[in-house]
Design a protein around this ligand. Structure first.
Ligand SMILES: Cc1ncc(C[n+]2csc(CCOP(=O)(O)OP(=O)(O)O)c2C)c(N)n1
Ligand SMILES: [Mg+2]
Length: 347
């Protein structure tokens, strides 16, 4: 059996800092780091709120921030379409969803803009940002994204569509149908797989018989690209190339970001039952937030005072969002069926 060898991304001018080679301004790199930091602190607070029994459920993006911030900065905000999944806290935050909105979703409070507090938390959406609502059954967003890309192609716009999902979700029929369709019609869609090594308790070798999700790309007539999803600059490079390809009308790409879920699957999971602490500790050495901080320091973009200022600002923003949502009222019961029925049925 022969498999395609996925493209390895090489930068060409080793004397220049990688972000300079990619045409990324220093300020933009620092802004990307800032969004990673804010996402992490917000996410950590959500875990704490769950353990304090303040909120019912949390599903986290800790460990996924580098790829997600890169995706947000590679897309044209409010122009391109994104079909995210439940781990995309950092992605949707960097695209413009507010910490207050996310906290309203955590507490299930009135004014939550994504579903009026009817959905579970982490069902991100924002009409004004072209962020289409997460569906709870995994992989359903993949054919939806292909369908949206078909519309873009019909309308002859220069918009692209991106969808995110985990590697476990690529075992679903929806993944294969969506990619098949996108490949046949050369649709402007980017399939961004965030391979964090597990689907709840199942490791990747129980999810698929090939080593990489990207190995499947040739079967659908598109390139498969693997990159280090813990490295925000490498992620930006890979994602930008796929977006440019789609915008040029050359069709879809299957991207596979290799990373690790640094925390349990959700607030209701105990990952000690299926993976060793040594394994988790080893991956913590590749924590994307620490790597991004190191990159910024080594390239003279960040010093200790700046870092302290970022931490202080993040703390204030998270405190504000938490307090705002905690003190907000619950939605009135009579609103429960809004948006469900055109006309309320007579009971
Ligand atoms: C169709 C469907 N089957 C099962 C589930 C339950 N479920 C929720 S998340 C998940 C694991 C998905 O793993 P992966 O795609 O690797 O994403 P990760 O959570 O690791 O980011 C499962 C099985 C679901 N939501 N939808
Ligand atoms: Mg996974």
């Amino acid at each position: 059996m022969t498999l395609s060898s996925p493209t390895k991304l090489e930068l060409t001018a080793p004397t220049l800092a990688p972000h300079v080679q990619l045409g990324l301004h220093d300020d933009l790199v620092l802004e990307m780091y800032w969004h990673m930091l804010l996402a992490r602190r917000l996410d950590e607070r959500m875990w704490i709120l769950h353990r304090q029994h303040q909120v019912a459920f949390h599903i986290s993006g800790i460990g996924h921030e580098a790829t997600q911030v890169a995706a947000a900065y590679a897309l044209k905000r409010g122009h391109d379409f994104i079909f995210p999944y439940y781990r995309d806290l950092c992605l949707t935050l960097a695209l413009g969803l507010t910490p207050r909105a996310m906290m309203l979703a955590m507490y299930g409070k009135q004014g939550e803009p994504m579903s009026g507090a009817r959905q579970m938390p982490a069902h991100y959406s924002a009409r004004h940002l072209n962020i289409v609502s997460v569906s709870s059954p995994v992989a359903t967003q993949i054919p939806q994204a292909a369908g949206m890309a078909l519309a873009m192609k019909y309308q002859n716009t220069d918009q692209v569509v991106m969808t995110c999902f985990g590697e476990g979700s690529t075992a679903e029929g929806d993944f294969h149908e969506g990619l098949n369709w996108a490949g046949i019609f050369k649709l402007p869609v980017i399939f961004l797989c965030q391979n964090n090594q597990y689907a709840i308790s199942s490791p990747t070798d129980r999810e698929m018989a090939v080593q990489n999700v990207a190995d499947r790309a040739p079967a659908y007539g598109m390139p498969g690209v693997i990159f280090d999803g813990n490295d925000f600059i490498e992620s930006y490079h890979a994602i930008t190339q796929a977006i440019e390809r789609a915008r040029r009308g050359e069709g879809p790409t299957l991207l596979e970001a290799k990373m690790y879920r640094l925390v349990p699957h959700s607030s209701d999971d105990d990952d000690r039952t299926y993976r060793s602490r040594e394994e988790v500790e080893a991956w913590k050495q590749r924590d994307p937030l620490l790597l991004a901080r190191k990159y910024c320091v080594e390239n003279g973009l960040l010093d200790d005072a700046h870092q302290a200022e970022f931490e202080q600002r993040a703390r204030e923003i998270v405190d504000d969002a938490d307090e705002f949502a905690r003190n907000a009222p619950y939605p009135p019961p009579e609103e429960a069926l809004n948006g469900v029925w055109g006309e309320l049925p007579k009971i």
